[in-house]
Design a protein around this ligand. Structure first.
Ligand SMILES: Nc1ncnc2c1ncn2[C@@H]1O[C@H](COP(=O)(O)OP(=O)(O)OP(=O)(O)O)[C@@H](O)[C@H]1O
Length: 221
């Protein structure tokens, strides 16, 4: 069964500054939806609004047609990788995998550098390792949809490729909404691509569209 996550009519302002004017997004299971946009366009705010952790002036967020105001209370529907570290440093990896109902052995198999580190605390990992752990947890989490805010930041190239493989492998059972400034990875992964510009989402088909909107520079022939 295909599940749908729709956000529309979203408006957000901070004081007199209008950030989001009329945003529309459509995500589905078995689809990777990419969200691109310049710094400060409102991508993280949009994800927080969908998650229910940021109040918008106007919002409509629906899962299979039903409005959900506080998706953060529904990990069966939606999980969210924010830009900041969200797993407490004090927890052991064993505890974290238990909480997410995931097998540490699968993580070890995918990333052998974590082999035998089940009893280590999250705070003992390097910055990149900690980020990798969090990216993995959200990708593999048992939700219908996952939003990933900059999953490739602070991750080494070899692991970026692995993460992309994991997303592709998980895609048949969930929908992804991903934003990252490594737009080439987003274009490669994304089945559907939105550009957020001046408070509105624009469906883009190709790099030429991104050039037209001024998100990337034109390639010199
Ligand atoms: N609590 C707040 N109060 C006032 N302005 C805010 C607040 N939170 C975010 N903003 C502003 O809203 C705009 C959108 O921020 P947001 O973090 O969503 O951008 P972004 O597209 O995710 O940027 P980046 O690509 O740099 O992560 C920015 O101009 C930011 O300064």
């Amino acid at each position: 069964m295909t599940h749908k996550l729709e956000a529309d009519g979203i408006e957000l302002s901070f004081g007199t500054r209008k950030i989001l004017k009329s945003v529309y997004l459509n995500c589905e299971t078995n689809v990777v939806t990419g969200l691109l946009g310049r710094n400060g366009e409102g991508k993280s705010c949009l994800m927080n609004i969908i998650y229910g952790s940021l109040k918008a002036d106007i919002r409509s967020v629906r899962f299979n047609g039903t409005s959900v105001l506080q998706a953060f209370k529904r990990p069966d529907l939606l999980t969210y990788l924010p830009q900041f570290n969200f797993v407490p440093a004090i927890l052991t990896l064993k505890r974290v995998f238990n909480d997410f109902e995931l097998a540490f052995a699968d993580f070890e198999a995918a990333f052998p550098e974590f082999a035998g580190r089940e009893r280590a605390k999250v705070g003992q990992l390097s910055g990149g390792q900690r980020r990798l752990l969090e990216v993995y947890l959200i990708i593999q989490s048992k939700s219908q949809f996952s939003m990933l805010d900059e999953p490739f930041s602070n991750i080494m190239p070899l692991h970026i490729e692995k993460i992309k493989e994991l997303i592709q492998a998980t895609k048949p059972r969930k929908g992804f909404l991903i934003t990252d400034h490594y737009y080439q990875h987003i274009m490669e992964l994304g089945d559907r691509l939105y550009l957020l510009r001046e408070g509105q989402t624009h469906l883009c088909q190709s790099r030429a569209d991104l050039e037209w909107f001024g998100y990337v520079s034109q390639l010199v022939q």
